[in-house]
Ligand binder design. Structure first.
Ligand code: NAD
Length: 494
């Protein structure tokens, strides 16, 4: 167990600047209108820095630098771009603890997750896309004796990346890595709740990225995200966030007819078949751990397994096993490496979760457990488990907090029907010792990612994205490169 020092304390690995300008063309550039907003840490509830409150005028400034940077970046070879991505990954690895502390202070997540997953995974993404671009090949079609069609991958230009607050550095990396690997320059708009950790990263990357390749402008969605999406020179928007915001983004990009990828919300079902109870050979334990994933990042995860569908015959035993684990879970200082549940990102988020707990109770969902977590901060929300039916609002709407909704099913068909009875289709889990059934069910689930006998594994070389109102487009696999490229076809008559 280790407790990392807090910003401001002796020995802390991070010192935030009191005031952050935008990071544009490898320089700190003040917002044109001179406005800043307060950034609060959910760890202590206090303002720890101010960040630029950007507007359309700052998008203009960022676009100028990004466009200029692109004139040379687009001419670099794939091998040279790969080199830059490898260097970025190395800087992240070398500064893992520093970045983890910055991420925790900005977002409230437990440092264990940031140290073991978020930061190393982010570095892995840069390394993976370095390899992907270095090995990507064009292709040709032989049409007839004299005609040959060549296909080249070309970058799009300056792309806009708009991200949420739950995994600031990781979400930025999922987008930045393929975007710049493909030869684009990026303007990144972090979420207003977590604007600072990415700037700590940018400070470290200044030495390794050419000017204009990565630009970060902070501020509120409608004030700066919207003009970014509407800018006539932006050639693509990659967005991660709420479904309702995604719908707005789609309308904005229609004006300029540019591609968009949307990674949106979810209400992922986690299906537990009765055969997991047949033996005590480790699968049951893993399945319970899989169910407990609703607590990962305080439930602020797009793939949060927020609906558990449990075969009726095992419900009682399943709950008993869950309760045993839940009893051991404690809230704690997010900077303590033994903490499992940290702080929710904001008081607004806590209010939203509490509102849904009220809604669930009013709908008649049985609140079977509110764990005995030590809870001494207004940013900490006790986990809640509801037993109800799939039609209830708490089973259908994304809560984005530590709330698990459990319902039961009779047989396989029932489970599939219930799992698919959702407007979302981001992810799903299936737990069974019958591999054939696991495969059969996985193929029938309307979800872009299905985990069979595991949950929340995110390898860089595994395509991730949604069905239905969870969006479209894929990240985390070399096919994501194609979302940041266009194909040039040249037909030659020899
Ligand atoms: P959000 O939609 O409120 O905000 C996301 C980003 O969009 C922020 O940067 C915000 O400033 C910006 N934004 C808001 N309004 C805008 C507008 N009108 N124009 C342009 N930009 C605008 O989402 P959030 O609350 O930050 O994040 C939580 C949501 O993100 C959840 O729904 C979660 O499921 C989703 N999410 C999805 C994935 C995925 O991969 N599918 C991953 C993480 C989070």
């Amino acid at each position: 167990e280790k407790v990392y020092s807090r910003p401001g304390e002796a020995g802390c690995l991070v010192s935030f600047r009191p005031k952050y300008d935008n990071f544009i063309g490898n320089q700190w550039i003040a917002p044109v209108r001179g406005n800043y907003f307060d950034n609060v840490s959910p760890v202590d509830g206090k303002v720890f820095c101010q960040c630029a409150r950007s507007t359309a005028e700052d998008v203009e400034v960022a676009m100028e630098h990004a466009y200029k940077g692109w004139q040379s970046w687009k001419k670099t070879s794939a091998q040279d771009r790969a080199k830059v991505l490898y260097q970025i990954a190395q800087v992240m690895d070398e500064n893992r603890e520093k970045l983890a502390v910055a991420e925790v202070w900005d977002n409230g997540k437990p440092i264990r997750e940031a140290l073991l997953e978020d930061i190393p995974d982010a570095a892995t993404h840069f390394r993976y896309f370095a390899g992907a671009i270095a090995t990507q090949e064009g292709f040709l079609s032989e049409i007839n004796e004299t005609l040959v069609a060549y296909h080249f991958h070309e970058p799009l230009g300056v792309v806009g990346l708009i991200i949420p607050w739950n995994y600031p550095i990781l979400m930025a990396s999922w987008k930045l890595a393929p975007a710049i690997a493909a030869g684009n320059c990026a303007i990144l708009k972090p979420a207003e709740q977590t604007p600072a950790s990415i700037l700590v990263l940018m400070e470290l990357l200044m030495e390794v990225i050419p000017p204009g390749v990565i630009n970060v402008i902070n501020g509120y969605g409608p004030e700066v995200g919207k003009p970014l999406a509407l800018h006539p020179k932006v050639k693509k928007i990659a967005f991660t966030g709420e479904t309702a915001t995604g719908q707005e983004i789609m309308k904005y990009v229609a004006d300029n007819i540019i591609p968009v990828t949307l990674e949106l919300g979810g209400k992922s079902p986690n299906i537990f078949f009765e055969d997991i109870m047949d033996k005590d050979d480790g699968l049951l334990e893993k399945a319970i751990e899989g169910a407990m994933m609703f607590l990962l990042n305080q439930g602020e995860v797009c793939t949060c397994p927020s609906r558990a569908l449990v075969q009726e015959s095992i419900l009682e035993r399943f709950l008993e096993r869950m309760q045993r684990v839940l009893n051991k879970i404690r809230h704690g200082d997010p900077l303590n490496t033994s903490t499992i549940i940290g702080a929710q990102v904001s008081l607004e988020q806590v209010q939203r979760i509490k509102k849904y707990i009220k809604i669930g109770k009013a709908e008649g969902a049985k609140c079977i457990t509110i764990s005995n977590c030590k809870n001494d901060s207004p940013y900490q929300q006790d986990p809640c488990i509801f037993l109800g039916n799939n039609h209830m609002r708490v089973f259908q709407e994304e809560i984005f907090g530590p709330v698990l909704c459990i319902c039961t099913f009779q047989d396989e068909d029932d489970a599939i029907q219930m799992a698919n009875d959702s407007s979302y289709g981001l992810a799903a889990g299936v737990w069974t010792r019958d591999n054939i059934r696991g495969y059969r069910v996985s193929r029938q689930l309307e979800a872009g990612r299905v985990w069979l006998n595991c949950y929340n594994e995110f390898p860089a070389h595994s395509a991730f994205g949604g069905y239905k109102k969870s969006g479209f487009g894929r990240e985390c696999h070399k096919i994501a490169l194609e979302h940041y490229q266009q194909i040039k076809n040249v037909i030659v008559n020899y």
